[in-house]
Write a protein that binds this ligand. Structure first.
Ligand code: ATP
Length: 237
């Protein structure tokens, strides 16, 4: 569904991403894991059109999207939930969700119906629909960011570090939601420093280090790989 070929991202003279190639197949959850500064965020931002690559090509559903504007890419159903969630703290939960209708060609009444149906599965947010988003807990804010992404009608959802700043039990809840979204037919590309949780949810994984993909395999195999265990899971065998 996504194909990346020889992608290079530079900031000034420094390469943050160096000639990486990878694919995300339809219906799967793919995890891109790696430590701070590995180039994961830069990769996602390039796919969603927020930054331009200095080299390489990005394809979505067989069509090249390299260099397209972010809103054109979002309209095709490739939706990016950025690191830090980027919700509007001074707007209510509902107002934050309504903002997501701007990228869609949908009648107001139809959007509201979709939103209300979606909120039935997120009772915590439904109960807080008139609360300012900035007063939500970290986990609730992440759920809001995910629901907002879902209301943009994704075919493929890209999530940047959804576990960031959340307690372990909340992280589990967030990944359960990601799994259920995938079970409902949305392909997922998730970027994570938390290798354990991301690979446990994923079908396939790529490991990034200093701008390069150093390992790739089925997620189960990566969880068992000595290299991943040592570097990312803090285990020695
Ligand atoms: P993190 O999990 O910390 O976000 P990451 O793997 O997502 O890490 P990136 O954010 O893509 O990594 O950063 C990759 C490299 O690019 C880092 O060395 C970072 O300092 C650098 N970088 C990122 N954004 C910029 C920018 N706007 N200007 C200059 N350098 C940048």
């Amino acid at each position: 569904m996504i194909k990346i070929e020889n992608l290079t991202v530079k900031y000034g003279g420094i390469s943050a991403v160096r000639k990486i190639s990878f694919e995300v197949n339809e219906g799967k959850i793919v995890a891109l894991i790696g430590n701070n500064g590995a180039g994961k965020t830069s990769t996602l931002k390039t796919i969603s059109g927020l930054i331009s690559p200095s080299e390489g090509r990005v394809f979505f559903e067989g069509n090249e999207i390299t260099g397209m504007k972010p809103h054109e890419i979002a309209k095709r159903g490739l939706i990016h939930i950025p690191e830090g969630r980027h919700i509007f703290p001074n707007l209510t939960v509902k107002e934050n969700l309504i903002m997501s209708s701007s990228s869609r060609n949908i009648a107001k009444a139809e959007f509201h119906e979709e939103m209300n149906n979606m909120l039935k599965n997120f009772k915590v947010l439904k109960e807080r629909e008139n609360q300012l988003a900035g007063t939500l807990s970290g986990g609730e804010q992440q759920m809001l960011a995910i629901v907002r992404g879902m209301l943009q009608a994704p075919k493929l959802l890209m999530l940047d570090e959804p576990s960031m700043g959340l307690a372990p039990l909340v992280v589990e809840d967030v990944f359960k939601i990601i799994k259920s979204i995938n079970n409902n037919g949305v392909t997922v590309l998730v970027v994570e420093q938390n290798a354990q949780v991301a690979l446990s949810a994923a079908d396939y994984g790529y490991v990034m280090e200093v701008g390069e993909i150093i390992l790739q395999d089925n997620a189960d195999a990566l969880l068992k790989s000595p290299q991943v265990k040592k570097i990312y899971l803090g285990e020695n065998d």
